[in-house]
Structures are given as C-alpha cells and as structure tokens.
Design a protein around this ligand. Structure first.
Ligand SMILES: Cc1cc2nc3c(=O)[nH]c(=O)nc-3n(C[C@H](O)[C@H](O)[C@H](O)COP(=O)(O)OP(=O)(O)OC[C@H]3O[C@@H](n4cnc5c(N)ncnc54)[C@H](O)[C@@H]3O)c2cc1C
Length: 427
C-alpha cells in the first residue's frame, strides 16, 4: 500500500541510517551504548593503538578499564533472551554496531570475553556458568597448522580422498572422567594472552583414535579454566590492525580438565562448532557495519571542512557520488549483518557457512567504504594525526579474522553444492 505524504521532507535517519522507528527501549539502549562508544571505546582504542602489544596487556594498562566500564551499561544477555525474538535481534544488532563504531578491537575483545559464558548458558550447565562468570574469556579454535582447515566439515567434497583430516597442534585425549590437553593454540586467539577461561574446540581421541570412518577428526568443545597446571601463555602478538585487541598463543602441557567441563563431545561436537562459529560471525557483522559507518561519517565531516576546486569538497558532484556510494554500502552491510543475525538466532537450522558469508559481505563492504574514506582524506589520511588510517588497518584484519574471506566464499559455494544435492534450487 502507498503511504501518501502531503509534503516532501528529509527521510527519517538516526545513528543507524534509514531505520524504521525504534521503540523507546531500543532508542535508550542505542543512545547509552553510543555514549559508551564515543566516550570510552574511541579514546581508549586510540590510546591502545599507539602502545606496544606488551604495554597493552601489562598490569595497570588502561585496557583493563574496558570491562568495568562496559559492566556499567548493565547489558545483561539474559535480559535480551526475555524480549520478543525480533526485538532482541534488533537490539543485539544496535549494540554490536555501536561497539564497532567505537573501536573494532575492543568490540571483538568484549565479544570474546563473554564467549565461554554464552556457551555455558546455551548448554544449560550451571557449574560452567558459575565458572565463566566474571572471567575474561576467549574462543580457541585455530592452531598454527590448522587455520582454514578448522572450517572443514565435508571430507568427501573438501579434503583429499583417503587422507585423514588435519588435527592440528592442540589435541585432547579423553580418558575416564578427564580430558588431557597437549599442544598450543594459534597466536591469533583473541584475548588469548589475558584470558582466564577458554572455550576450546579441539580434535579429540576418545580411545579409538582421532578419526571417524571418513577421516573426519572427532572433537570436544570444552570450557578450560586457564589457571590449571600446565597452561602457559605466549607473547602478545604485535600486529598492524585491531591493536587494542590482545592476541597470543596458549600452551598446554598435559593439562588435565575435568570431563564434566565439556560442552559437547564426539557426536555433538560439530553442532557445537557450528553454533559457536555462527555466534562469532554474526558479532563480526554488526561490529564491522559500525566500522564502515564510522569511516563514512568521518569522510562526510571532512568533505564539509576541506576546500579544493574553489568549493568545499562536498559541493563537488564527484564527491557526492563517492559519499553516496559509501552510504549505500553501509546500508547494505547493515541489512546483511542483521539478516544473518536473525537467521542465526531465529532459524531452527542454521549453518556457519551461511552466517560466515554475511561476515564476508560486511567486511568487504566495510573495506570498500574505509578505503574510499581514506582517499577522500587525501594526504592527511595517511598521517597518524587523522583517525582514518587506523580504521584501514583494523578493517584489513577483518578480511581474515573469523575465516579468510575468499575461502569462506568458496565454502558458501560448497554449501550450495551440498544443498543442491539434497534438492534445493533444483527446479
Ligand atoms: C584479527 C584476528 C582475530 C582472530 N581471532 C581468533 C580467535 O579468537 N580464535 C581463533 O581460534 N582464531 C582467531 N583468528 C584466526 C583466524 O580464524 C585465522 O587466521 C583464519 O581462519 C585463517 O587461518 P590462517 O591464518 O591459518 O590462514 P590459512 O588457513 O593458512 O590461509 C592462508 C591462505 O590460504 C587460503 N586457503 C586456505 N585453505 C584453502 C583451501 N582449502 N583452498 C584454497 N585456498 C585456501 C586462504 O584463503 C588464505 O588466503 C583470528 C585472526 C585474526 C586475523
């Protein structure tokens, strides 16, 4: 039905662009998270960006203020669970976008910090919930020799015939009521060097070897307190982007974890991998929508300040075209991020290749926006005096984080192949 207007007005546009009206509750949450992003995350992220990786995690570092400041917002995920599902999705999306707008590295750090707790809640395990509560968490899925291979589920289509799968450098032996861990995580584990508890996704031997009949590794999803005997940490990773996010290896030397700390064993393992990866991927989508928006806003402001060709940049048609293209991409990123979040939260049968593909779209759109913003700043953009170069570095990392985008896109094609074989789109 046409909604007939009597006058032409500017469109309704809020922090999150061309949005249908927010409820009072949604608007209040968005405003308070935006304030937190502006007053805490932005300045803290910039400060940490200029420190060495060691300084970021040293005792007394301003990094640690993040958790106390975030707690003041009172955003309890349990409250989200009580809301109507569509509203909970929108609020989760609004929160994630504001956090990313503030600082990508800190937004990811906050997401990972609560990851083990969220899995314990999902598993309905009160002991694990208590164990994770108030502790900084991390999601430990990749290892030095098991990066993209960590995403392989279909051995027949995605792995050389007759060869056993890649079990990586960190393995579990399940013996009686204990799980014994040996090896190390990759240096990329977000929060790795400071985490107090991990959600580990680890290839496991239950006494009959590491592989099933198709060569696919068995696994265990396990909550691991990182103060157990035999756990040690590597050096904080020095990297170009998301420098406010502490990353680093976690080493395990015959670490004995009670088996009751398992979230999922053997037959239920890949379901848990899938759920946790979808959780991570959808958070990435909201966060990098926020980064794209931040870059667009910085460029829009700069184009009103900078004069060339006898006019402010904004008065040139070519500049408007570039800003219009950026805004269109921000809207695309938001729409895709939110759709994938809805799918992950509301669909009875989700799949991480589907949610990961949204992470690809969002981060590629974010990269296009940030790059255009960077160019609009001219030479100024290349100096550390202006904030846009940091967004370029932060976004570059996102193309690999949570799965490298090309390999993820390939796996979306693999998903299409799998679905077609089951009759989907075969009209
Ligand atoms: C900022 C950041 C945060 C991260 N946070 C975490 C975290 O919290 N927890 C965690 O466990 N990990 C984390 N990671 C690790 C991340 O998941 C991996 O870096 C990613 O999955 C890629 O693995 P890799 O780096 O080993 O690259 P590789 O897998 O070695 O890939 C290298 C290149 O080879 C290509 N390639 C790989 N496999 C194939 C194939 N089968 N066919 C064709 N080409 C292929 C890829 O596309 C890529 O271009 C993080 C990474 C970054 C950058």
């Amino acid at each position: 039905m046409i909604s007939l207007k009597s006058t032409l007005t500017l469109p309704a546009a809020g922090l999150t662009g061309f949005e249908t009206p927010l409820t009072e509750e949604e608007a209040a949450i968005q405003a308070s998270v935006h304030r937190f992003a502006k007053e805490v995350l932005r300045p803290l992220g910039r400060e940490l960006d200029r420190m060495t990786a060691e300084e970021v995690v040293a005792p007394g570092s301003p990094y640690y203020s993040l958790f106390a400041e975030f707690a003041k917002l009172g955003l309890d995920p349990a409250l989200l669970a009580q809301l109507p599902p569509d509203m909970a999705v929108r609020i989760e999306s609004l929160i994630g976008e504001e956090l990313g707008w503030g600082d990508a590295g800190l937004a990811i750090s906050l997401g990972c910090a609560g990851f083990p707790l969220q899995m314990a809640v999902a598993a309905g395990n009160a002991e694990l919930v208590e164990l994770c509560q108030g502790r900084i968490g991390c999601w430990m899925a990749t290892q030095p020799d098991r990066g993209s291979d960590n995403q392989i589920f279909d051995m027949a289509r995605d792995w050389p015939a007759g060869k056993p799968g890649n079990i990586g450098n960190l393995t579990a032996k399940v013996v009686g009521d204990e799980v014994i861990l040996n090896g190390q995580s990759s240096a990329w584990v977000s929060n790795g060097v400071i985490a107090q508890v991990a959600l580990g996704l680890i290839c496991a031997d239950y006494g009959d070897g590491f592989y099933d009949e198709n060569g696919r590794p068995h696994g265990i999803a396990l909550i691991i307190p990182l103060d157990l005997k035999g756990v040690s940490k590597g050096k904080p990773l020095d990297k170009i982007g998301q420098r406010s996010l502490p990353q680093g290896e976690i080493y395990f030397d015959s670490v004995r974890v009670p088996r009751r700390f398992a979230i999922a064993e053997r037959d239920n393992y890949y379901g848990a991998v899938s759920s946790s990866w979808s959780f991570a991927g959808t958070h990435m989508g909201q966060v990098f929508t926020g980064v794209a928006r931040a870059a667009f806003e910085m460029a829009l402001q700069y184009c009103h300040e900078r004069r060339q060709g006898g006019h402010p940049l904004i008065d040139h048609q070519m500049t408007r075209l570039r800003l219009g293209d950026m805004l269109r991409r921000v809207e695309t990123a938001r729409a895709v991020a939110r759709r994938s979040l809805s799918f992950a939260r509301l669909s009875p049968q989700t799949h991480p290749y589907a949610t990961a593909s949204a992470k690809v779209t969002v981060t590629e759109e974010a990269m296009a926006v940030v790059q255009e913003a960077f160019r609009l700043f001219g030479g100024n953009g290349t100096t550390r005096e202006y904030p846009i170069e940091k967004l370029l570095r932060d976004t570059q990392s996102s193309l690999i984080e949570d799965g490298e985008n090309r390999v993820l896109t390939m796996r979306l094609g693999l998903l299409a192949q799998q679905l077609y074989a089951e009759g989907w789109a075969n009209n």
